[in-house]
Design a protein. Structure first.
Length: 328
C-alpha cells in the first residue's frame, strides 16, 4: 500500500508519447497484484488453466507488456526480494485481511451473489512462488528483462533510475519518493487502450513542499509506512507543518512519545540506505514466439490466435524482429 502522501504531492499529467523511447522499471509485485485482483471471472474467481493453476497474472503480463512495448516504451520488471523484519506486522495484517476476504467471497459465491463475491475476491489476492516464477518465465520468452531485488522492489527501481539504467520507476506507491527515485510514473495500466498517467519528479516534489528528502522520510515515519505504524492523529499535511520547524525526535518529545517500537534511525536507513542488487544485467532480447505459444497455449490453455495477435505488438522491442508471417 505504501505511505499516504496524496494530500501533499501533486503529480503532473503526462501522456504515453512522453514515455516513447524510455526504459521504465516496473514494480513487479505491485503490477502482479493488479492483475490478480482485476483479471477475474464474474463471480470473482481468477482465471485458471486446465490443471487449476491461476493464470490471471500471465494474461496481464502478456497483454499489458505488449501494449506498453507497442507504444515504444521498454519495460524492465523489478521483483521484490526478502522483506524487512520491520515489515512483518504489515504482512501479517494483510494476510488476515486476505483470509477474511476469502471467507466472505466463498460465502457470497455459495448464495449466488456474484457482485459481492467479486468485491471480496479482489481483496483476497495473494502472491505465491508459482506466480512469481511463471511470471519470470513468460518475461524471458517475451524478451523482457527483469531484475531480482535484494529487498524492496521500489528501492531497487529507484537505484536503477539513479544509475541511469532506467528513466523512471512505474509504481502506484509513493514510497518510491522515499527511496530516492528521481522520476516516478503512476497508472501505467493502458486499460482499454487508455492511460491516465501521472508523473512525479523527486526534485520538484521536494521543491514544492520545501523539504529535503530526509525530512520527507521523517514525515512518512510520522504518517506511517509499511515498516512502522506512525503517530496517531498525524496525517501528511500535519506532518509537513511539524517537520518544517522541528526534528522528528523533537516532535516525539513534544508529544511525550517515549515507547517507540523501532528507533527512527533504523527506519530512516530502510529508505535512505536500502540494500540493493548492484550486480544485474539488462538485455532486451528477441521475442521467442514458439516458446510463448507453447507456454501460454499448450501449457495454460490460451487461444493461439489471440496470443499471436498480442505478440505481434512486440515488434517494436527490436526493429530487426521477424514478423509473424515469417514464422508461420
Amino acid at each position: 500500500m505504501g505511505v499516504k502522501f496524496k494530500d501533499i504531492v501533486s503529480p503532473e499529467e503526462i501522456n504515453l508519447k512522453d514515455l516513447e523511447g524510455r526504459i521504465v522499471a516496473i514494480d513487479a509485485y505491485n503490477t502482479l497484484y493488479q492483475f490478480l485482483s482485476g483479471i477475474r471471472q464474474r463471480d470473482g474467481s481468477p482465471l485458471r488453466d486446465q490443471e487449476g493453476n491461476v493464470t490471471s497474472h500471465l494474461s496481464g503480463i502478456l497483454y499489458r507488456t505488449s501494449s506498453i512495448v507497442e507504444k515504444g516504451i521498454k519495460p524492465i520488471y523489478v521483483f521484490d526480494g526478502a522483506s524487512s523484519e520491520y515489515k512483518s506486522k504489515t504482512i501479517e495484517q494483510r494476510r488476515a485481511v486476505r483470509e477474511e476476504a476469502e471467507k466472505k467471497w466463498k460465502e457470497a459465491q455459495a448464495r449466488g451473489d456474484d457482485e459481492t463475491a467479486r468485491k471480496y475476491a479482489i481483496r483476497s489476492s495473494r502472491m505465491s512462488e508459482y506466480i512469481i516464477e511463471s511470471s519470470k518465465e513468460l518475461l524471458e520468452y517475451m524478451g523482457i528483462p527483469y531484475v531480482q531485488a535484494q529487498g524492496e522492489g521500489e528501492a531497487q527501481g529507484a537505484y536503477m533510475v539513479q544509475n541511469g539504467d532506467a528513466w523512471a520507476v512505474a509504481s502506484q506507491d509513493y514510497d518510491c519518493l522515499l527511496f530516492g527515485a528521481p522520476r516516478i510514473i503512476r497508472n501505467l495500466t493502458l486499460s482499454g487502450g487508455l492511460s491516465n498517467l501521472e508523473y512525479l519528479e523527486l526534485e520538484k516534489v521536494l521543491s514544492d513542499i520545501e523539504l529535503t528528502r530526509e525530512q520527507l522520510v521523517d514525515v512518512a515515519l510520522m504518517v506511517g509506512t509499511d515498516f512502522n505504524e506512525g503517530i496517531h492523529g498525524i496525517g501528511a499535511k500535519t506532518g509537513l507543518k511539524l517537520i518544517k520547524n522541528n526534528t522528528l525526535e523533537e516532535i516525539l518529545e513534544q508529544k511525550e512519545i517515549t515507547d517507540i517500537p523501532i528507533e527512527p534511525d533504523e527506519l530512516r536507513k530502510i529508505f535512505l540506505n536500502h540494500n540493493v542488487n548492484k550486480d544485474y544485467n539488462i538485455k532486451f532480447k528477441k521475442v521467442n514466439i514458439e516458446k510463448i505459444c507453447e507456454f501460454m497455449c499448450e501449457q495454460h490453455g490460451f487461444s493461439q490466435n489471440r496470443v499471436l495477435n498480442v505478440v505481434n505488438k512486440m515488434k517494436k522491442l527490436n526493429s530487426t524482429q521477424k514478423s509473424l508471417e515469417d514464422w508461420f
